[in-house]
Write a protein that binds this ligand. Structure first.
Ligand SMILES: C[S@@+](CC[C@H](N)C(=O)[O-])C[C@H]1O[C@@H](n2cnc3c(N)ncnc32)[C@H](O)[C@@H]1O
Length: 314
C-alpha cells in the first residue's frame, strides 16, 4: 500500500544543526507513531547511521525514549556531535554567530587544517551550509548563486543554528554519541530487548555521491536485523535489490511518499519485522493522543486515513 500524500516537512520541528543529504525529517511523524505504539515504552533508541540524527534528536527532545544512542562513522560529522555533546556546544554556537560569511573567509576557513576537534566541528557545519546540497563527501563544491541570489549565505542561519545547538546541549544527558561502525554497534546490542533501532544506512544508489562512507553490505545488515531481540525500523530507497532482500528475509514493507531536496516526489521504503502499527487504528489514536491532533481518523480505510493525517503534517 502506498501513501498518496507527502509529509509536510515544514510542520516538523527542525532540531539538527545539519542540513543532511538523505536526512529523514519527513519520517518524523512515522517515527513518533512507531515508538509510541510499542506495547511497552522503549528505554533506548539506537541510531547506528546517525548523520544529522533527526529521528534520534526528536526522540530525545520529545521523551519518546529515555535514552538515545547515536553512532556515525564519518569523522567530520562525528566531530560536530562530539563537540556539542562533550562540553563545547556553547563555543560552537558562539563561533557560528560571530563568523562573517564571505567568499574569502569561507575559503580560508575550509582550506586550513583544523587544530582541534571543535575547530573541525565548526568547519564541518560551515561546509555543510555552503556546499551544494549540504554534501560533505570529498569533492563536493561550493554553492554558486545559492537560494534567492544570496550566494554562500543562503543556507547560513547563525541564530537558528545557535539555538538548535544550545537546545541539544540542554538535552545532552539523554543522548550518547560514539564515532564508530553502526553495524558493529547493532551486533553488540543484538540481545537487548527493550530497545529499538532506527536504521537509515547509505542508500544503494544515491549514497555513493553523498557520503564519505557510502558502502554497506546490505544483505549482512538485513541478516543482523532479522536476529535482533529488540524492534527495528529501517528506511531505504525503493530499489529492486532492497525489495528482493525484504522478500528473502520475510520482513514487512510499505512504500511512503516523500519530496526530495529538488521538490520532486519520490517513494521510499519503510521496513520492519511488522509494520502493523502503521495499519491499525488503535495504536495510531493512542500515538496521537493529546497535542498532536483532536479528531480521530474516520475513514473505513484506516491505513489510508492514518497516512493522510500524517501527510497533513502532524
Ligand atoms: C542516510 S544517512 C543518515 C541520515 C540521517 N538519518 C538523518 O536524518 O540525517 C547515512 C549515514 O550513515 C553514515 N555511515 C555510513 N557507513 C557507516 C557505518 N558503517 N557506521 C556508521 N555510520 C555510517 C554516513 O556517513 C551517513 O551519515
Amino acid at each position: 500500500m502506498e501513501t498518496e500524500k507527502t509529509i509536510n516537512v515544514a510542520s516538523v520541528p527542525q532540531r539538527s544543526p545539519f542540513r543532511y543529504p538523505g536526512g529523514k525529517t519527513w519520517l518524523v511523524p512515522y517515527a513518533r507513531l512507531w515508538l509510541r505504539s510499542r506495547p511497552k515504552p522503549v528505554q533506548e533508541l539506537i541510531e547506528p547511521f546517525a548523520g544529522g540524527a533527526i529521528i534520534g534528536l526528536t526522540a530525545a527532545f520529545e521523551g519518546l525514549t529515555k535514552k538515545v544512542f547515536l553512532i556515525e562513522k564519518d569523522p567530520d560529522v562525528a566531530s560536530v556531535w562530539r563537540t556539542i555533546l562533550n562540553g563545547h556546544g556553547e563555543w560552537l554556537a558562539e563561533r557560528i554567530t560571530t563568523f562573517d560569511v564571505t567568499f574569502g573567509s569561507v575559503k580560508r576557513e575550509l582550506n586550513r587544517p583544523p587544530r582541534n576537534l571543535r575547530e573541525r566541528a565548526f568547519a564541518t557545519i560551515l561546509r555543510n551550509r555552503v556546499q551544494r546540497g549540504g554534501i560533505l563527501a570529498p569533492g563536493a563544491g561550493l554553492m554558486r548563486s545559492g537560494e534567492n541570489g544570496k550566494g554562500l549565505r543562503s543556507r547560513w542561519y547563525p541564530e537558528t543554528l545557535r539555538r538548535r545547538i544550545l537546545d541539544i546541549v540542554a538535552t545532552r544527558d539523554r543522548i550518547r554519541f560514539i564515532q564508530g561502525d553502526g553495524i558493529e554497534c547493532i551486533q553488540m546490542n543484538r540481545n537487548r530487548k527493550n530497545l529499538a533501532f532506527f536504521i537509515d544506512p547509505p542508500y544503494t544508489v544515491a549514497g555513493r555521491r553523498l557520503y564519505r562512507y557510502p558502502n554497506i553490505d546490505h544483505e549482512k545488515l538485513f541478516a543482523i536485523a532479522q536476529r535482533l531481540a529488540g524492534d527495528f525500523l529501517m528506511t531505504y530507497d525503493d530499489s529492486s535489490e532492497i525489495r528482493r532482500l525484504v522478500i528473502q528475509f520475510r520482513f514487512d514493507c510499505e512504500t511512503v511518499a516523500m519530496k526530495n531536496t529538488h521538490n520532486s516526489k519520490m517513494t521510499e521504503l519503510l521496513i520492519g519485522r511488522s509494520l502493523a502499527w502503521l495499519r491499525q487504528p488503535q495504536p495510531l489514536r493512542r500515538a496521537f493522543h493529546g497535542s498532536l491532533f483532536q479528531t480521530a481518523p474516520e475513514s473505513q480505510d484506516n491505513h489510508q486515513s492514518n497516512l493522510r493525517l500524517l501527510a497533513q503534517g502532524l
